[in-house]
Design a protein around this ligand. Structure first.
Ligand SMILES: Nc1ncnc2c1ncn2[C@@H]1O[C@H](COP(=O)(O)OP(=O)(O)OP(=O)(O)O)[C@@H](O)[C@H]1O
Ligand SMILES: [Mg+2]
Length: 367
């Protein structure tokens, strides 16, 4: 008797959980199908988090908004034909994809931008490190890994996962070592990536189910530092008597000279160059970004009744120090930590009120 009751209640819990999961995934799917933000709206959402990089964010916002509007409208059109079966609809639509390549120094917001866009659109997001591809020299197993990562990011729902974004980190590390020596492994890995980016479907075991996932509708964003690319472009500009900022003259052939496969670069038609962060950007990241490390420390201290306050001069000094370290905004976190460590250790429990830190204090802590 007691066993049947517990079984019954277990089943009820199970049903509830499934209903919840359906509701949740159903909501996410609906949300994607109804995506109707304009590029301007989308950029404004992202601006709350990602500081600076104005031109780049504009280009990416346009590409991302068009991708999801195009996907949503194509799916809605064929959904009727397949009596609302989204799986069939996904299989039987093809939309032109404009994958994005972001080039720029370390720590200036490449990965962060991609992640923020995925959050604002409301789709799964995964980061895949390309250096692991170059280690094995072939792509097979890694592709399955990526699909599994997508499935996890999509909460186990393959339909949602297939509409997500994949960030290919350090894509420049799979460049052929040198075009003249015909580095084979880099080339092979890049060729293998072609299929993934274009759309590859794999079936694998997932618990007791067999699940199929295709990357046909996945938006790929690749990022890399591409050290020295600037000089490749500039040399060509001199040869062709072109004048102006190199970023405006970047061509596929420059990336090919760098060691990238022409076919692969052709699948990333949207190219964006991110700039080094200025002192003002670094200050704004501390004071304006919704994800600001300074605000995070401030909130930590608030719990103890301490109001953290830096004056402008102090913030400028921190930004200058970060700039000097050359790790972009990443430097801010460690610098702030260095400055605040002592106070964070000592003050809680002994002090409440305003903790005002000025330029002298910062200078002393950083010395
Ligand atoms: N433009 C920015 N606006 C706001 N925060 C930023 C910006 N750039 C970087 N950050 C902060 O710094 C962190 C590191 O940035 P991110 O991971 O995007 O660097 P990246 O450009 O991808 O560098 P890498 O080439 O080393 O991968 C982010 O998580 C974010 O907190
Ligand atoms: Mg990154």
């Amino acid at each position: 008797m007691s066993q049947s009751t517990s079984e019954r209640s277990r089943r009820r819990i199970q049903e509830k959980l499934e209903a919840f999961r359906d509701q949740k995934t159903g909501g996410t799917i609906q949300h994607i199908l109804e995506f109707n933000k304009t590029p301007v709206d989308l950029k404004e959402d992202v601006d709350k988090f990602v500081i600076g990089q104005e031109r780049g964010k504009k280009i990416i916002a346009t590409a991302v908004a068009f991708h999801y509007r195009r996907l949503a409208s194509a799916l809605k059109q064929v959904l009727g034909e397949y009596k609302g079966d989204l799986e069939q609809a996904l299989k039987n639509t093809r939309t032109p994809k404009a994958n994005i390549l972001i080039i720029g120094p370390t720590g200036v917001g490449k990965t962060y931008t991609a992640e923020t866009f995925s959050e604002q659109v409301g789709v799964p997001f995964v980061v895949e490190d390309m250096t692991k591809f170059s280690e094995v020299g072939y792509v097979g197993q890694n592709v399955t890994d990526i699909l599994v990562d997508l499935l996890v990011a999509g909460g186990g729902n393959p339909l949602i996962s297939q509409m997500g974004m994949v960030y290919l980190d350090e894509i420049d590390k799979i460049a052929a070592e040198s075009v003249s020596t015909r580095d084979v492994s880099g080339k092979g890995v890049q060729k293998g990536l072609l299929r993934l980016v274009e759309g590859v479907e794999n079936t694998f075991e997932w618990g007791q189910e067999r699940i199929s996932i295709s990357t046909k509708h996945v938006l790929f964003i690749a990022g890399g530092v591409f050290e020295d690319l600037k000089n490749i472009v500039k040399r060509r500009m001199v040869k062709q008597s072109l004048a102006g900022e190199w970023q405006n003259f970047l061509l596929n052939e420059d990336l090919v000279s760098f060691g990238m496969e022409r076919q692969l670069m052709a699948r990333f038609p949207v190219k964006v160059v991110y700039d080094p962060l200025t002192i003002q950007d670094l200050m704004d990241i501390m004071t304006k970004s919704a994800d600001s490390p300074l605000l995070a420390y401030g909130n930590d201290l608030k719990v103890w009744g301490i109001d953290l306050e830096f004056d402008d001069e102090a913030l400028r000094l921190i930004a200058e120090q970060a700039k000097q370290e050359g790790t972009g905004a990443r430097g801010l976190i460690s610098i702030l930590h260095r400055i605040l460590l002592e106070d964070m250790y000592r003050l809680p429990g002994t002090f409440t009120g305003k903790l005002h830190l000025d330029r002298h204090y910062v200078r002393e802590k950083l010395a």
